[in-house]
Write a protein of this length. Structure first.
Length: 75
């Protein structure tokens, strides 16, 4: 799977939960799903989780999930 298969919203969400491993990143997203209340965010998280699940650890390691936008403005 290529990074282009992820939407900007999915990439931003994955960037928030990304760790060194695919398994830990998926766990982080999946564990927070019950605490998400916005239907759009839930949909994005579920979609991102499904797409991540299709990756191998090697594929995941090769991808860069950099949030869209200027992150310096939030520091």
């Amino acid at each position: 799977m290529h990074i282009l298969n992820f939407t900007v919203e999915e990439i931003n969400l994955i960037a928030m939960y990304k760790t060194d491993t695919l398994a830990a990143t998926l766990t982080g997203i999946d564990e927070t799903l019950p605490d998400m209340y916005d239907e759009d965010i839930i949909s994005i998280a579920e979609s991102a989780s499904r797409k991540l699940s299709a990756l191998t650890e090697e594929d995941f390691s090769a991808l860069s999930f950099t949030p869209d936008g200027d992150i310096d403005e939030y520091e």
